[in-house]
Design a binder for this molecule. Structure first.
Ligand SMILES: [Zn+2]
Length: 299
């Protein structure tokens, strides 16, 4: 299998300019290194009817091309189950019956990092397990034997982050993001992961999981987000931030693409033209404040 990069949106609504900027970067990184570029729809959770088609249309509108069929996570249940079974067979999982509230209220282990699972269900005896199984469905957690893990990132260099006994399958049966993303990237031959740097903190968990599954760890490139004027990650409530909204305000997809390229220090024009100007060392390291593009109504 040849190497590949990817963009993997959740079809929970329309893409905004921050998502499009990350997609453009993922495309530029993949194409400039001779990789294929794949699209994966991460629809295990929060999928909204019709959103996928609109997202694909908007990606195409800013010039993004992709190879092969779009893959949907909801069609991949068996390969996630197979990975969880392998971990289970190796003694690397356990059942967890905790509610969110119980986890919040549990005393955390000494020196445990903020937000880490406190290990309540790690060593239940047979009787406790039988009782808890009769009360509610179990989530499946990873039995991690490290507290942290280190990854290499093109933008951030060496990054060490928390690894706790994170969830692999939720108690409603839905595969957890960290498991799905690792299994999917491997199955699709993806060896370069370009995505927003809000996902950097969970990357050590994914790289550690990959190591347990004997999956090669991809090259990571965590790129800065687009933020609003308050420095908060851009969201729909920040005005006209989707191609549809901007289109209504008289702004074309080409104009949006040019502004996004310029925000990256790249020349306005086609993505192919920007390809030759991409130099990872020169990319901005800071979040970009969305300036808005609405035009005042004519007349
Ligand atoms: Zn538990």
């Amino acid at each position: 299998m040849t190497s590949a990069g990817r963009f993997a949106p959740s079809p929970s609504g329309e893409l905004h300019v921050g998502n499009l900027r990350t997609a453009i970067l993922a495309w530029l990184f993949a194409r400039s290194t001779g990789r294929r570029f794949l699209l994966r729809v991460e629809d295990l959770d929060r999928a909204r009817a019709g959103a996928e088609a609109v997202q694909l249309r908007d990606l195409a509108a800013v010039g993004i091309t992709w190879d092969g069929e779009v893959v949907r996570q909801t069609s991949r249940g068996p390969i996630y189950a197979e990975a969880i079974n392998r971990l289970q067979a190796a003694g690397l999982t356990y059942e967890c019956f905790c509610t969110r509230r119980e986890i919040q209220e549990a005393p955390s282990a000494p020196h445990a990092p903020q937000g880490a699972y406190p290990g309540t269900c790690r060593n239940l005896d047979r009787a406790e397990l039988d009782y808890k199984r009769s009360t509610r469905p179990a989530a499946i957690r990873l039995r991690a034997d490290v507290d942290d893990y280190t990854v290499q990132d093109v933008m951030h260099g060496t990054f060490t982050g928390v690894v706790d006994d994170f969830v692999l399958r939720r108690n409603d049966g839905v595969t957890a993001y960290n498991l799905a993303v690792v299994v999917d990237d491997a199955a699709q031959g993806i060896d370069q992961v370009v995505r927003g740097d809000d996902l950097l903190p969970s990357t050590p968990r994914q790289a550690y999981l990959a190591s347990l599954l004997n999956i090669p760890v991809p090259e990571y490139v965590h790129v800065p987000l687009v933020v609003n004027r308050d420095g908060v990650r851009l969201a729909k409530r920040d005005g006209a931030v989707t191609l549809a909204d901007l289109g209504q305000a008289g702004v074309t997809a080409r104009e949006v693409r040019n502004l996004l390229l310029e925000s990256l220090g790249l020349p306005a024009g086609t993505l192919d033209q920007a390809l030759h100007a991409l130099d990872p060392a020169q990319l901005p390291r800071e979040p970009w404040v969305w300036p808005g593009m609405e035009r005042p109504p004519a007349g």
